[in-house]
Design a protein around this ligand. Structure first.
Ligand code: BDP
Length: 720
């Protein structure tokens, strides 16, 4: 308790100090002073006399956050007590501890709120109005408190406030692809925030701010190690370090999870095998789980990447993914832990289309997993591309819960130099209809467990966080962390709503700024698709680091080349996944097949994903495929240029520091969008053998020029 108190105090001081500079450190928790005098007065009245009727560590966190928030939002020192009197204006208490006279006014059922839901309402007793934040337990109170503060931050009316919120998905996790040496696989915002070298004794105050930010958007779990895992994390020395992180995050409702390297029993356990059917191996994992849970009783469980891209797994012993997952599930089950087993598997030895392999592997295993296993599926069947049709596994395994894996970090979408707001991408996938149980069987309903009545549900986002002062590199990349959390809590929110909330809290409540900046964010998704991979193209990025265009990438394993994916030749371009090609389309339900199977009716934005189309083919828009491809590449760049112009008009609304930062990154983005456009158009022109439509600007350089651009030491990979 005392340690936590000291840490909270240090954080508070650090925050007050850092908040002077607008360097992005405070994320959406800036708590700037409310300017509107009328609102200020109502807010001050409402928070004049606060009572928190609880004494847990989480309540201390609530108290601290309220103090921090109100102090700067309202320029007053809040009074926070623990007994109610006539003056009390804001009460934060669990349903159990609320006084009977207030409880009598509540019609909401305790059961509906679950473990994490909350209810904020105005209570009228005799002549006194007060605001109540309540829930079944302190986690609900914490989420409710953050919500209440966000009302103030967004200058919303709290007059007769009445708001209930319950998360739709149970496990809402960040996945850090962070290595123990602090490099971050596909990380573009510096090194890992987890300083394993100095743990367990040095507790970086940043861990607390990380927990605050996550709690404020409802994230309740974090996998702190890379999916390409190092078995060392499972040794006593590292588990001890993990204990510190677990203790720091616990009051914020965040559980820690680890990636488990399947060969750990051999690598650090001295066994000769990691075969999941071997008794000694099972015992090793059982004991390992016991050892962890003894120190971290609420340890969340394991995330596993097995038999994928060279990682060890059960298939090394001719066992199935189910046998591997179940062994780990049995080890953590007695303690309430879960296993998240990734479906991201494909083998270059298998001659089949990579897009089909995960489905082929996992569909037959439906029903074979333990109840505490959840299969983690990437949003699309290839790999976090700017646009992918939803993964065909969604809806295909009614007896096996599936969780979503989104990539918040921008591996294929401009790293941390391109402004790319991902909520439209997330929403497109969540809203996609799988038709698994007829119309309306959206991906969202599969992952929240409602379609198939699964008892566990989950969603993971590959984190974009590093030790850069603003956490995410690009100031707008913070919005992707924020949007992921908000959608994980409530997938019904729209991309626009989320952008608006985030902009208000991160920059300013000025309407003109919000409208313009929101438009930039919302358009950014389609713009990027257009200048990188329009019309369903995918995976044509530079080799290995994936930074910049590389449609010419060839050689080595085929499924890591661009030629494999675009299939451009003299006849046309695109991957034929219809029944005359790889037939990946057959993995979808018939209604979805109907949508995509016909080259004439397939939505243009996924055309080259499913079909090989001749250069001269007339598209619905009247253009030939070649012309349309050119127009799209040009449109993408033009839209980034207009986003840049829009941004430049916003200087007067925000601080110089962040305005300039975004401006310079937009310059990079415009140049790189041009690089993408010319590299791709010139490359594909070799096959189409047609001119670029004459009204479009001619490339300044040759294809060779673009092919020779080489970026060294791109972050996110092991550079040599
Ligand atoms: C790919 C990344 C690679 C990851 C892999 C994964 O290029 O670094 O290890 O996904 O998800 O996108 O396992």
């Amino acid at each position: 308790m005392n340690k936590l108190r000291t840490l909270l105090t240090i954080t508070l001081v650090l925050l007050l100090f850092l908040s002077k500079a607008e360097n992005g450190y405070n994320l959406w928790l800036r708590y700037t002073k409310v300017e509107n005098q009328v609102l200020l007065k109502t807010y001050q009245d409402a928070t004049l006399n606060i009572v928190i009727l609880d004494n847990s560590e989480t309540s201390m966190v609530i108290k601290n956050e309220l103090y921090l928030g109100l102090r700067s939002l309202l320029s007053t020192e809040p009074e926070i007590a623990n007994t109610i009197n006539d003056q009390t204006s804001l009460i934060i208490a669990t349903l159990n501890s609320l006084p009977e006279n207030i409880k009598a006014n509540i019609t909401i059922e305790d059961k509906t709120l679950g473990d994490e839901g909350y209810f904020i309402f105005t209570n009228q007793s005799e002549n006194k109005k007060s605001i109540i934040i309540t829930g079944n337990n302190d986690k609900g109170l914490l989420y409710g408190t953050f919500k209440f503060l966000s009302y103030l931050q967004q200058n919303q009316s709290i007059e007769d406030i009445n708001f209930t919120s319950i998360p739709k998905i149970k496990h809402r996790l960040l996945n850090h692809w962070d290595n123990l040496d602090r490099t971050v696989e596909r990380g573009y915002a510096g090194f890992s925030i987890f300083d394993w070298h100095k743990l367990p004794d040095y507790v970086d105050p940043r861990y607390v701010d990380y927990a605050r930010a996550n709690a404020s958007i409802g994230i309740n779990g974090t996998v702190v190690t890379n999916v390409n895992s190092n078995a060392l994390i499972l040794t006593p020395q590292y588990i001890k370090k993990l204990v510190t992180l677990a203790n720091t995050f616990r009051p914020y409702g965040i559980k820690v999870y680890l990636t488990a390297r399947f060969s750990a029993p051999v690598e650090i356990g001295g066994l000769k095998t990691a075969d999941p059917t071997n008794n000694e191996v099972q015992n090793w994992w059982n004991n390992k789980a016991k050892e962890i849970y003894k120190l971290i009783p609420d340890f969340g469980g394991f995330l596993v990447k097995a038999n994928s891209e060279g990682q060890p797994g059960p298939q090394d012993y001719k066992r199935t993914h189910a046998e591997g997952a179940n062994m780990l599930a049995d080890a953590v089950a007695p303690f309430g832990g879960i296993v998240m087993w990734r479906a991201f598997v494909y083998s270059h030895e298998a001659p089949d289309d990579r897009a089909k392999q995960a489905y082929s592997e996992f569909k037959p295993l439906d029903g074979k997993f333990r109840a505490n296993v959840i299969i983690q599926v990437k949003n699309g069947a290839i790999d976090f591309q700017p646009r992918e049709p939803f993964h065909p596994l969604f809806g295909a395994t009614p007896k096996t819960p599936l969780m979503m894996e989104f990539q918040i970090t921008q591996e294929y979408t401009g790293c941390a130099t391109h402004l790319f707001y991902q909520a439209p991408l997330y929403k497109e996938v969540l809203n996609a209809d799988t038709y698994a149980k007829g119309q309306g069987s959206t991906v969202a309903k599969i992952i929240d467990g409602s379609l198939h009545n699964n008892n566990i549900s989950g969603i993971a986002g590959v984190a974009n966080i590093g030790n850069d002062i603003n956490w995410t590199g690009h100031p707008f990349a913070q919005a992707n962390w924020y949007a992921f959390g908000r959608l994980a809590w409530n997938h019904e929110l729209t991309a626009e709503e989320i952008a608006e909330e985030w902009l208000k809290m991160t920059f300013t409540n000025d309407k003109d700024f919000i409208n313009a900046a929101k438009q930039i964010m919302i358009n950014s998704r389609e713009n990027l698709v257009n200048y990188m991979t329009p019309l369903g193209l995918h995976h044509i990025m530079a080799r290995n680091h994936h930074y910049g265009p590389g449609p010419w990438v060839d050689g080595g394993r085929a499924d890591w080349t661009s030629l494999y994916y675009h299939q451009a030749n003299d006849d046309g371009i695109g991957f034929n996944r219809s029944s005359t090609g790889s037939n990946a389309i057959s993995q979808y339900f018939p209604e979805v097949q109907d949508l995509y199977k016909n080259i004439k009716t397939c939505p243009e934005n996924s055309l080259l994903w499913f079909h090989h189309v001749s250069w001269d083919k007339k598209l619905a828009s009247g253009n030939s495929l070649w012309d349309k491809l050119c127009y799209k590449y040009y449109e993408g760049v033009d839209s980034v240029i207009s986003a840049q112009k829009q941004w430049n008009k916003l200087e007067k609304y925000i601080d110089k520091e962040r305005f300039d930062h975004v401006s310079s990154l937009l310059k990079i983005q415009v140049n790189e969008a041009l690089w993408w456009r010319y590299a791709c158009v010139l490359y594909f022109q070799q096959f189409s053998k047609q001119p670029i439509p004459k009204e479009l600007e001619k490339p300044k350089f040759s294809l060779e020029h673009y092919k020779n651009i080489e970026h060294r030491f791109v972050p996110g990979i092991k550079n040599e």
